[in-house]
Design a protein. Structure first.
Length: 277
């Protein structure tokens, strides 16, 4: 079965639309001139428009210094008219990522990168503000009723915004979770021994469908540009008939679509947290 993202995303957005939310505003710190960031920004704008939410684009140039950047971040933190903040990558070299995670207001942290929200995720079972891509992968599995509890799950990728939070989310749902990465030896053999495989390394075709066990599910979180100029993921299906043997999310049209819906879900969660302060 193909795990298409649109039905799952539509369900999330329909639930948000029924809640009577006010017009929320998201501030996006956007690195100018980065092609990937430009694409992500357009996707954010399209998703926000579905609920008539607003976006403030804060441009970050290559020559933006740390003092100027954090002044803008502090301003967004203090502005009651901004309900959520997202920091797109890459940041200019002089801006330390750890300082961003310390300075962003946890109550406006749409992508769950602040150390406060990371601590809640890893030290408790709370899932209020969780990195959008990781939560989107789990909600995609849940939408298609892919069993997780008691299953063996393999995560290929160990980033702080995808692989590691996804590990905790699957553990919360009683999966037995293994974390691998691009330098794990004998990866193909490891893939074949798991019921769920989530791959997020940015390496096209790292996981091949021929190595996936019958009936297993693959969530492809990678986004790459192939030799033909087309988007592709980190998972390489042998052919279209593989969707009859295994479950997998396509690229494009899979996990990434759900990620943007989770962004809206997290923005709404930020609003409710701020209302309770």
């Amino acid at each position: 079965m193909l795990l298409k993202g649109k039905p799952a995303a539509d369900a999330i957005i329909a639930g948000l639309a029924s809640r009577g939310l006010p017009k929320l505003r998201l501030a996006v710190f956007h690195p100018v001139g980065d092609a990937s960031a430009e694409s992500y920004l357009k996707a954010k704008e399209k998703a926000l428009a579905r609920l008539d939410f607003a976006i403030d684009v804060v441009t970050v140039g290559r020559d933006t210094g740390a003092d100027a950047f954090f002044a803008l971040l502090d301003k967004a933190n203090r502005d009651p008219g901004i309900h959520g903040i997202m920091i797109e990558l890459p940041l200019p070299g002089g801006i330390p990522a750890h300082e961003v995670n310390l300075r962003i207001d946890p109550a406006k942290d749409v992508d769950g990168v602040s150390y406060h929200n990371q601590g809640l995720l890893y030290a408790t079972r709370e899932e209020k503000l969780v990195p959008c891509t990781a939560l989107g992968a789990v909600l995609l599995l849940e939408h298609y009723q892919i069993p997780v509890a008691g299953r063996r799950a393999l995560i290929v990728g160990r980033s702080n915004i995808v692989g590691m939070p996804l590990f905790k989310l699957l553990l919360n749902r009683d999966a037995t979770v293994t974390v691998a990465h691009s330098r794990t030896p004998h990866l193909a053999k490891l893939v074949g021994g798991h019921d769920i495989v989530a791959v997020a390394t940015g390496r096209p075709g790292l996981v091949r469908s021929v190595d996936v066990a019958d009936g297993a599910a693959v969530v492809d979180i990678g986004i790459n540009v192939g030799p033909d100029g087309c988007l592709c993921g980190d998972f390489a299906p042998k052919d279209e008939k593989e969707s009859e043997r295994i479950h997998y999310s396509p690229v494009p049209g899979g996990a990434g679509v759900v990620t943007n819906a989770v962004m809206l879900r997290n923005l709404a969660e930020c609003y409710h947290i701020q209302q309770g302060r």
